[in-house]
Design a protein around this ligand. Structure first.
Ligand SMILES: [Zn+2]
Length: 202
């Protein structure tokens, strides 16, 4: 099968190119737009396609927003649920880190897993990794992409084009996961009451 290529066309619009002949548009459950397009379709053609379908996009995004308003009233996690989540995260995340790092032949230091207020993960100069326990409430692709992101910092300690080239070679779906976090991340962080927040590593 031919490998799909993805790119961001504009804020909230992901293009996935493949051997298909026509352009097809989808709205994800999070309200972002995915354009499935032929390999040869130019960005101006795709931009015009989006402009021609603006009304359709707006209608569907309104539906998503309505649903999000309902979701915003989802109660925060209880103390018991947070404890359960944290203990599960401390089991699951380090094991995933170990197997993903082994697959890429990358080394790392300590792994810390806890609830963070605004970040999903970090990698220190020494190679110690920290991950947000709340990632366990995201789709597993999203958790994997954050782990791959931090492990790529073991080779590129920056967010340069070289870093992103490495990341997308190791995690072809990372753009989609990044969109998911951009669309849903703040709702996820809101599920923990403020008093539970731990100070983040600086
Ligand atoms: Zn990073």
């Amino acid at each position: 099968m031919r490998e799909n290529k993805s790119e961001i066309l504009a804020e909230g619009i992901l293009v996935i190119r493949s051997g298909r002949k026509t352009i097809r548009m989808e709205i994800t459950p999070e309200g972002s737009v995915i354009l499935r397009a032929p390999l040869s379709a130019g960005r101006s053609v795709l931009t015009r396609f989006v402009r021609d379908h603006e009304e359709w996009i707006r209608k569907h995004q309104d539906l998503v927003r309505e649903r999000e308003l309902k979701l915003a009233t989802v109660p925060a996690l209880s103390d018991a649920e947070i404890m359960e989540l944290e203990s599960r995260a401390k089991r699951v995340i380090p094991a995933k880190v170990e197997s993903i790092a082994a697959a890429f032949g990358v080394s790392y230091g300590k792994v810390r897993v806890r609830i963070l207020r605004s970040r999903w993960g970090s990698c220190s100069q020494k190679g110690d990794l920290t991950f947000n326990s709340l990632l366990l409430l995201a789709p597993s692709d999203v958790l994997d992409s954050v782990i791959v992101h931090e492990l790529c910092h073991r080779e590129e300690m920056n967010h340069s084009p070289r870093f992103y080239a490495l990341l997308s070679s190791r995690c072809p779906g990372y753009e989609k996961s990044r969109l998911w976090l951009r669309q849903n991340g703040s709702a996820l962080l809101r599920r923990v009451p403020n008093r539970r927040g731990e100070r983040e590593p600086s």
